[in-house]
Design a binder for this molecule. Structure first.
Ligand code: CMP
Length: 235
């Protein structure tokens, strides 16, 4: 992870335009926003690199300027459970920023990424001068809590087959394309990635994919999976 020495006007303008779109900062005046944008430090992270580890004691807030990162829990064997994925314009690190406690998850770059980092003190002073930020942040936190509840429900009540279909359909809803047979085309993920995103073992995922392909619910097409319109009925 390195600091971008070319973090000049372009990056500041990008930070400002992304901050403007963030619900958390929507109540800020242009002047205030521009001052906060100036306080961000720009970092480059390569795909697979760790931004910070679970239990680290840092408290900065991050925003994704380019690329994508994921929040994960890792066990001793290196098995991963993905809690959430963050794309351009998303923020993370708000939990330690707010309570000052160690990081709740490890953040890993899912692609080569550029991040903006804001010091806790700077964020807190922005909140003091504009308390609406706190209200908007609460609403973003509640949304994350709802998604966490949804994940908990899936882990408790759905089997691996159902969790995988649910994941495929949610990826397809975000950026899947329909082919002429009504199948949804999504970018292929490795069995390891699918395991990390469904809380399953790689072996269980391989078995389930084999069965789904056999039943023609999933087709494999080069770099893509094709998901049948019947997939919904399998959940
Ligand atoms: P923090 O605990 O500071 O560092 C890890 C970050 O991962 C955390 O802040 C949140 O930004 C994010 N995170 C942790 N758990 C979840 C979750 N269940 N849903 C969404 N984001 C999370």
């Amino acid at each position: 992870m390195e600091l971008d020495s070319s973090a000049g006007k372009d990056k500041k303008a990008l930070i400002e335009s992304l901050l403007k779109k963030l619900p958390v900062f929507k109540s800020l005046s242009d002047n205030h926003l521009s001052r906060i944008a100036n306080d961000f430090i720009v970092l480059q992270v390569k795909k697979g690199e760790t931004v910070f580890y679970q239990s680290d004691s840092s408290t900065d807030l991050y925003i994704v300027l380019e690329g994508a990162v994921r929040a994960s829990l890792l066990n001793q064997e290196g098995q991963e459970l993905v809690l959430a994925a963050f794309d351009k314009g998303d923020f993370f690190g708000e939990m330690s920023l707010l309570d000052g406690k160690p990081r709740s998850a490890t953040m890993i770059a899912a692609e080569d990424s550029v991040l903006g980092m804001l010091k806790r003190e700077r964020f807190l002073s922005a909140v003091k001068s504009d308390p609406m930020i706190a209200i908007d942040l609460l609403s973003a936190l509640v949304q994350r809590l709802r998604m966490a509840d949804d994940m908990l429900e899936s882990l408790a009540f759905l089997d691996v087959n159902q969790r995988l279909l649910k994941l495929f359909l949610s990826i397809a809803a975000a950026d899947g394309e329909k082919d002429k047979n009504g199948f949804l085309r999504i970018k292929k993920l490795t069995h390891k990635e699918l395991a990390a995103r469904t809380g399953a073992s790689r072996e269980a995922i391989s078995k389930v994919i084999k069965a789904l392909v056999f039943r023609d619910i999933v087709r494999e097409d080069g770099d893509y999976f094709l998901i049948s319109p019947d997939a919904e009925t399998g959940i």
